[in-house]
Design a protein around this ligand. Structure first.
Ligand SMILES: Cc1ncc(COP(=O)(O)O)c(C=O)c1O
Length: 381
């Protein structure tokens, strides 16, 4: 019910505190199955300070618009692109929708199809529904990466794009993007890489010496990349990123927005009014942590994943779905539903809806949390 009279701030806050008691918090160490994390304290400061900035009306907030542009350039440079075209958006879902929309508009075929791995994120289902683009699913290999041969056999005159994944949602698997890029180039079809999760992991993991394939604009078939700062970038939600190699893709989805203070401006994003503060926080975090800072975060997460995987292997009845590629470890057991239920009863923020339990080593996950989790798992088993 809409209240007739306003209440005292403290009263409202107290009610909120009570109602959110049910929420798990990242600093409790209990959330093990999320790709988000406790935002970096510096990013919080930025959000609070610039909370009123609206990137949907860049004429009012010219400085913020320039910062978004610089942020897109910095992300582009991380992904080996000299001049990037894109936006800071609400997340991986919006970024993937924009990529499919751009490919569809540029291709202009009557019955458009996108080929994507069976491991792709469900955001592509939304893209398909919204954009009336048919999804053509490619099989996975035994290692859960996409079968590139199957991708090639599924190309038709209606194919407007191919999707590869750099860090799958379930297992953190990185597809063979170099081969997908070759196929895409040979057939003259744009390749979109969904690196919503891997974008803020793979560049740093590679620098640490982890053996991972190239996945970015170094590969000439790659035309767009989703990269989410609100996952491993440690920026508060919402902060996603869509980066295009060529301006034509951004232009193909840009709509004139004539009434705004900046005069006639063009909007490519799905959202109109959108938070400038989050884009500023991406900019600030990249400046603050730099390549070195992110590498340190990724180093810890990767090492913790390998340690956790080796501990899981020691537990009878537990098996890894596959060796971890990035900082995600997924495992199965007998009676998975019962185990999941009991772990949840003990307060663990995990899920087993994919047929296995997935642990994401986000920056808030520490070894002591995992030790407690392993103890609980052993006891329940
Ligand atoms: C690979 C991948 N792509 C896209 C998304 C969607 O991102 P968001 O939830 O930020 O919209 C996710 C989310 O987990 C993801 O793992």
């Amino acid at each position: 019910m809409f209240p007739e009279k306003g209440a005292d701030e403290n009263e409202v806050l107290a009610e909120l505190e009570k109602k959110t008691e049910k929420d798990l918090t990242f600093d409790s160490g209990k959330i093990l199955g999320s790709m988000c994390t406790y935002p970096h304290p510096f990013a919080r400061k930025i959000i609070t300070r610039y909370i009123d900035r609206n990137l949907g009306d860049p004429g009012l907030h010219l400085g913020s618009r320039e910062i978004e542009y610089e942020t897109v350039q910095m992300l582009g440079s991380l992904l080996h692109l000299k001049r990037a075209h894109g936006n800071i958006v609400s997340g991986g879902t919006e970024a993937n929708i924009l990529a499919v929309r751009a490919f569809r508009n540029v291709a202009d075929v009557e019955e458009p199809e996108v080929i994507l791995p069976k491991s792709a994120h469900f955001s592509f289902l939304k893209a398909s529904d919204l954009l009336r683009v048919k999804l053509v699913w490619a099989e996975l290999k035994k290692d859960y990466s996409v079968n590139v041969k199957d991708v090639e056999t599924k190309i038709t005159d209606n194919t407007i794009g191919i999707v590869g994944i750099a860090g799958t949602t379930g297992l953190g698997v990185v597809d063979d993007i170099p081969t997908l890029s070759d196929i895409a180039s040979d057939y003259g079809i744009p390749l979109h890489v969904d690196a919503a999760f891997g974008g803020f992991v793979i560049p740093f993991a590679k620098a640490l010496g982890y053996d991972l394939p190239d996945f970015d604009f170094k590969l000439k078939g790659v035309q767009s990349i989703t990269i989410d700062p609100h996952k491993m970038g440690m920026v508060p939600i919402p902060a996603g990123g869509i980066i295009f190699r060529e301006k034509k893709f951004l232009e193909a989805i840009s709509i004139p927005a004539p009434y705004l203070a900046g005069g006639k401006v063009w909007q490519a994003t799905i959202t109109g009014t959108r938070p400038g503060a989050n884009a500023l926080a991406v900019w600030a975090m990249i400046k603050h942590l730099g390549f070195e800072g992110y590498t340190k975060i990724v180093k810890e997460a990767m090492e913790l994943s390998r340690w956790f995987a080796s501990e899981l292997k020691k537990i009878p009845g537990v098996y890894l779905i596959r060796e971890p590629v990035l900082n995600i470890v997924s495992f199965g057991t007998k009676e998975l539903e019962r185990i999941e239920g009991e772990l949840k009863n003990r307060g663990w923020g995990i899920s087993a809806h994919r047929g296995y339990i997935r642990i994401v080593m986000m920056p808030h996950v520490r070894r002591e949390h995992l030790e407690k989790f392993l103890n609980d798992l052993r006891e329940i088993l």
